[in-house]
Design a protein around this ligand. Structure first.
Ligand code: ZN
Length: 438
């Protein structure tokens, strides 16, 4: 496979950020027009299939809910002035609110208001997907300013039979073993969680579809929880093809990279991500699997137990801006998304190149100088480190150790060992024992 890393990373950072900015104003939810129009915008970048699953469809222990759509919402004082308006921020309405039009006392209204007293200027993000109710989310400052006796409330929404929408795109590889890249795409105006994940996945898909990878890559843009459950229910037979997977979220904030292992904890994806982060030269954190978080909860449920981890920057719930209006276009920055993107590319490159090789000249070292291998690597241009990589590969390629095993034993970056492997293959000193992905 040709190298994935596109030359102009700054440009790609600006493009990913541009996509985030374009999707930011749309009021998405787990179903409805906001999600659908988001998928249509993604189709301008990748030939994504948009799938619709009817409300009422049984998906394991769950049921695809009614479709929610919203046109407008407000709280007005009795002078007719909007004191809370959906037009200003779609976070103002509790996502999935049932329709309402009423005149209420201040006390009655208060029971339907949510705010964050510790951050009095921020609007919280609340949902009520599986319990029919309605509400408004407001800054604490606004909540405290509501001191008139009565207000008029209106939520012009609908909750009716329709469908659940999700986006799916497969980059075909040389084998049908798959790498799953999944991101929840159901949040309204929130940038890190998870417009950053959507943008990174779209641009990763664009890079991959310009190559012919070893694995096939399946990209899923699903509503959180119900979307991955629906996909798994409709594709149960297919799930065993998933050889590795990552749930992408929260990849645009300034925090360090954070990898949450798959339920297995020692899957190839767990080892590859850990290796790449270890050699990144930057701080990072590895966490064990816990049955809480994003859609890895479903992929890693015991009936599937897929090797799917989650690679984020600061994880869900661990930054104050999480699920508030402060998770905005200032909070995510192009340079952080690009840094996450590069990490994902390195992981993909390592998955692609990781294989088991056999030294065809195992009795004593082959004479590398005679073959011009030392010379061909530039007489010190790559230096002693690269010679060591060649020697490590020759010594450990006994048909049992993978490229990753060798990189770990040699304590060298994966790409150095992969490069040494390439050169030895060219000189017919190695052969691939079997294509594990085959
Ligand atoms: Zn979230």
């Amino acid at each position: 496979m040709q190298p994935l890393l596109p030359g102009d990373l700054e440009h790609i950072g600006a493009d990913m950020y541009g996509l985030i900015a374009r999707l930011y104003p749309i009021c998405r939810s787990i179903t409805g027009e906001g999600f659908r129009s988001t998928m249509r915008i993604l189709q301008e970048f990748i030939p994504l299939a948009i799938n619709e699953v009817p409300s009422g469809t049984k998906v394991f222990d769950w049921t695809v809910p009614k479709e929610w759509n919203i046109r407008d919402a407000y709280v007005k004082n009795l002078r007719g002035e909007r004191v809370v308006s959906f037009n200003e921020s779609n976070l103002h309405v509790v996502n999935y609110s049932t329709p309402v039009k009423a005149r209420l006392s201040r006390d009655e209204l208060q029971r339907h208001l949510f705010s964050i007293p510790e951050h009095p200027k921020w609007i919280p993000y609340r949902t009520s997907y599986y319990k029919e109710s309605w509400g408004f989310c407001v800054s604490h400052e606004v909540l405290e300013s509501l001191n008139e006796p009565e207000y008029e409330v209106c939520i012009d929404s609908s909750l009716a039979n329709g469908s659940l929408t999700y986006g799916e795109y497969l980059v075909p590889g040389k084998t049908d073993r798959e790498v799953l890249i999944s991101c929840h795409s159901c949040h309204p105006s929130l940038c890190n969680d998870n417009l950053s994940g959507i943008a990174l996945s779209v641009f990763l898909a664009r890079c991959l579809n310009q190559t012919r990878p070893r694995y096939s890559y399946r990209f899923l843009f699903v509503p959180g929880t119900i979307g991955s459950i629906t996909w798994l229910a409709l594709n149960e037979q297919h799930a065993s093809r998933i050889a590795h997977g990552l749930v992408v979220a929260c990849v645009g904030d300034p925090g360090q990279m954070n990898y949450k292992q798959s339920r297995r904890g020692n899957a190839e994806i767990d080892r590859v991500v850990e290796h790449v982060l270890k050699h990144s030269g930057k701080p990072y954190k590895i966490s064990r699997f816990v049955p809480y978080g994003y859609d890895e909860r479903q992929y890693c449920s015991p009936g599937f137990n897929l090797p799917v981890g989650s690679l984020t920057r600061t994880p869900n719930g661990q930054y104050p801006e999480y699920h508030t209006s402060a998770d905005n276009l200032e909070f995510v920055r192009p340079e952080h998304i690009v840094d996450s993107f590069k990490t994902y590319l390195e992981i993909v490159e390592a998955l692609e190149a990781n294989g088991i090789y056999y030294n065809l000249n195992p009795k004593c070292e082959p004479q590398l100088g005679r073959r011009g291998i030392y010379g061909s690597v530039g007489g010190g241009e790559r230096g002693h480190g690269f010679e060591m990589a060649l020697l490590w590969v020759l010594n450990l390629a006994d048909g049992h150790a993978s490229t990753l095993d060798i990189a770990e034993k040699a304590e060298m970056p994966f790409h150095t060992i992969a490069e040494a492997t390439e050169i030895l293959l060219k000189h017919r000193l190695l052969e691939m024992r079997e294509d594990e992905a085959g």
